[in-house]
Design a protein. Sequence first.
Length: 334
Amino acid sequence: MPTTTNPPPTLRILSLDAGVQSTFLLKVATTGTWARMWNMSIDAAIFADTGWEPPEVYEHLDRIEQMWARPAGIPIYRVSSGHIRNDILEGRSHGSIPLFVRNPDGSDGHLRRGCTDRYKLQGIRRKVRQLLGYPGTRRIPAGVRAEMLIGFSEDEITRVRPSMVRYMTSRFPLIEHGYDRDDCEWDLRTFYPHPVPRSACVGCPFHTNAHWRVMKTHHPDQWADAVAFDAAIRNGAPGPARAGQPLRGTAYLHRSRLPLDQAPIEHVTRREARAARLRAQWTASVAPGRTPLSYATADPATTHTDHTSDAPAEHTCSPWGCRSDSEPADEART
């Protein structure tokens, strides 16, 4: 019986969120032999900018563009759909961020996440259409498609979702080759002796306590920005209120539903403690003396363990899969 194979993609594009995994994939794609072995010869990379990334993310992006992408002739397109922080505070955005809510009856609520589509996916889709030669709303013929290379690793397989866009297909090279995040970080050390910051908005509600601790200690300007934003959205964002969807209850960035500068970020959650133990065991057995490339690590000096708050593990914010374990229900709106 004859076999059928999918035709090659019109374009192959790396979704570059500038975290450890996608940074590693950019290095693979810009190294000739490696790119051929992994079938990763790419035409471009796209970084979706929310406008509220930490400064070190933009510095890292500039550096890898200069070191690897430009010499290889691979353009990195930076797309934007606005500045998420300013848009929310000034009432221009109706794309909600997943704030934690204390409902009027005292129960817990959680706003539905709309920021990923509004500030990441929409910009990526516009740029992909443009690169394919069919900008705007022009119909894209069957068979014309972009293969999007996404940096989910083997330890993030639960984040994998099929593409819902006809002219874009998703591919996960790290999972194909059995790479987890530690593998990427370890191999990356050979080529990149700099810290790789975690890409996520400064005021993302899905930050773990570990991330908040590091921000407060090492990035006080970002901490002050997040605290100010947290206070400003206590009664909800202006945009939904103007659209007749006022917030019922009070909103917070931290899952404790306390003001950020009062939240128990010194507590180490069960998941953080387990992740730290596993990472220490891996380091001791595979890479003794290794220093992590990522700056957002748990504070080893912290001894409290909060067994009542089981926060999700920290991931880079990707357009293709939420950092949360599940999509929260919109329990706090009318």
